[in-house]
Design a protein around this ligand. Structure first.
Ligand code: GLY
Length: 602
């Protein structure tokens, strides 16, 4: 078999636990929920007994009054407490965003940005773009030398790598418009976690130990996130150690007391601007003062009896998701079966065409005209499908676009919240790479993003994860860099049905796509769908990567015989955090068993 094992992402090692999913009756106990649920809506049928479709046999958490699924147990607990205190989904989401900035510093943030998709209980949909922006002094060629060559690493680590953060403004806007509890109430849990500390999980400890060298070299003389400034193994973090972040607590208190001005003006802005001067970064107090998130019209797209509510540009994710769903809508995926060769083939071909479009057309809509309606129109998609052939894989070089995107980071994070009235929030937020630029703002105690690397820093030249773009995503002052984040909400027959999203850089859209189809086409529960092993194709490089076990031998052989190149990952795809509304109106919270992700409901 022509399958190579590749170390796909430079992440912590994950133990692959593969278990079959049998029809079973399982008692799930959380702090708040003890329910009997029947799992086994979906039955995998395959002649190859060595192939199992699921990463684990985790079952979903069921609640009737509210649900939070996030990357960290402490953050999910914060969201649940806010819901129980009478907060709505937006209150809980704001509290979770700030809690993640404390307990999940690899991707949770106040020094980064993100996107929120919101559907209120009456069915009205909103999207908020709080993506970072290029500083005012940024220039198109700022990462190139005098010969026009990329200066390696400058857009990835250190002070020059950061865009102007949007997360705090985004949360202020979301809360101002939809929050019910006070701002002070939703900030308090994060302040408590930072000032009193929280016990590290094993994964938290490994993550911080992994960046010890960077912390010392990029932040000389600062002790942030180090157990000790002495670089010895004996001072590594361990599971259960308490991480106290006194300066971050003070920053959060300023945000609590002053709102937007607690971050974009005054002490925090001064500390951030001083840090930039110290490290030759570009962000100024004026950049901070001028940053504003934007309410945008969400993408609304019909798919059978579902309605997809998703993120418009500056994300590429929403358009891509709708394109992929519409490409495959005419095919009987359920009849063919989950991850059978025909199912996988049409999905790969959809993904190939969508990523070629992404590279060519997408960028910040405030700077470039993105033909969103046309890209998602059935007529356009039909013309894109005319070269599809069952006999042979389409050659990516023949699909227009002509550049070679690579892969972005898994170090983003997603969370989903639904309250008892049915208000639903889907947020994906990021520093870009794990722990962002690795710069910690002196005196303020938080990591800055390295989101500038999501721009196309030189046409045709790959970024940190091999991503190549073009003029639509070139750097310009105050412009937002293109994203793949795809926070999404689905309605079924006009009612709230699913809240879904994941980190994973360029693999985000394909993971969201599969997670949705697993439920609505293959009949999986939400948790089964999250557990399900995944695959990904992104036009170029022209290959399909897949989690170990995702494809049966029969599927692999059938695809290979049609010219598909397959690579089995030594790592995993996605960290989904989702909520499904079940037929009886209860919520199924599904968190990804591939990491510390946790759902909490009541
Ligand atoms: N930084 C990853 C993304 O926004 O897609």
């Amino acid at each position: 078999m022509n399958i190579r094992l590749v170390p796909y992402y430079c992440l912590l090692g994950f133990t692959l636990v593969v278990a079959s999913c049998k029809t079973q009756s399982t008692t799930t106990t959380t702090a708040d929920t003890k329910v009997k649920q029947s799992q086994g809506v979906y039955q995998y049928r395959d002649e190859d007994p060595t192939v199992k479709p699921f990463f684990s046999d985790r079952v979903g958490v069921i609640g009737r009054n509210g649900m939070v699924a996030s990357a960290h147990p402490e953050a999910s607990q914060v969201g649940l407490a806010i819901l129980k205190a009478g907060g709505n989904a937006v209150d809980a989401a704001v509290a979770v965003q700030f809690a993640l900035a404390v307990v999940y510093p690899g991707a949770g943030n106040i020094g980064g940005g993100g996107f929120m998709v919101y559907r209120d209980k009456a069915g009205k949909a909103y999207s908020l773009d709080y993506r970072e922006k290029a500083p005012g002094r940024a220039t198109q060629n700022m990462y190139l030398d005098s010969l026009g060559n990329v200066r390696p690493g400058l857009s990835i680590s250190g002070h020059l790598a950061s865009g102007v953060p949007g997360s705090v403004d985004g949360m202020v806007e979301a809360h101002k418009r939809f929050g019910k509890l006070t701002w002070a109430q939703v900030l308090q849990p994060a302040i408590d976690l930072a000032s009193k500390g929280f016990p590290l999980t094993e994964r938290d400890a490994l993550g911080l130990n992994r960046i010890k060298t960077d912390l010392n070299t990029i932040n000389p003389g600062k002790a942030y996130f180090l157990k000790s400034v002495a670089p010895a193994d004996t001072v590594s973090w361990h599971k259960g150690d308490l991480l106290i972040q006194a300066d971050l607590a003070k920053t959060l208190q300023r945000i609590q007391a002053q709102g937007r001005a607690g971050f974009y003006e005054g002490e925090t802005a001064r500390l951030l601007a001083e840090e930039m001067v110290r490290g030759k970064g570009l962000i100024t107090e004026e950049d901070l003062k001028n940053y504003h998130s934007i309410w945008r019209d969400p993408i609304l797209a019909a798919y059978k009896n579902y309605n997809v509510i998703t993120m418009p540009p500056t994300s590429s994710g929403g358009i891509a998701l709708v394109q992929m769903m519409r490409f495959t809508e005419p095919y009987p995926l359920r009849k063919w079966g989950w991850n059978k060769d025909s199912t996988v083939q049409v999905m790969i071909e959809a993904e190939r065409r969508v990523y070629a479009d992404r590279a060519k057309f997408l960028g910040d809509p405030d700077f470039v005209k993105v033909p969103a309606t046309q890209l998602m129109s059935p007529e356009y998609l039909r013309t894109r499908w005319t070269d599809f052939s069952w006999a042979k894989a389409t050659d990516s070089r023949a699909v227009r676009g002509g550049t070679i995107p690579g892969y972005e980071s898994l170090e983003t994070t997603h969370f989903s919240v639904v309250d008892k009235e049915g208000n639903a929030v889907s947020i994906t937020t990021t520093l870009n790479g794990g722990y962002g630029s690795r710069v910690v703002i002196g005196g303020a105690g938080f990591f800055m993003n390295n989101e500038m690397d999501d721009f196309s820093i030189k046409p045709g030249s790959p970024n940190m994860y091999g991503l190549i773009g073009n003029q639509a995503n070139a750097i310009a002052p105050h412009k937002r860099m293109l994203s793949s984040m795809t926070p999404t909400i689905l309605e079924k027959d006009g009612k709230l049905f699913m809240v879904v999203g994941t980190p994973g850089g360029s693999t985000i859209m394909t993971s969201v796509y599969q997670t949705i189809l697993n439920v609505i086409e293959h009949g999986m529960t939400m948790q089964q769908s999250v557990n399900a092993l995944k695959f990904h194709h992104q036009w170029l490089p022209d290959k399909t990567i897949f989690e170990n076990g995702a494809f049966s031998t029969a599927t692999i052989e059938a695809l290979k015989s049609r010219g598909y190149i397959l690579e089995q990952l030594s790592n995993t795809l996605g960290r989904m955090d989702c909520v499904l509304v079940r037929p009886d109106g209860s919520y199924e919270g599904a968190s990804d068993p591939r990491a510390d992700n946790t759902a909490r409901g009541y």
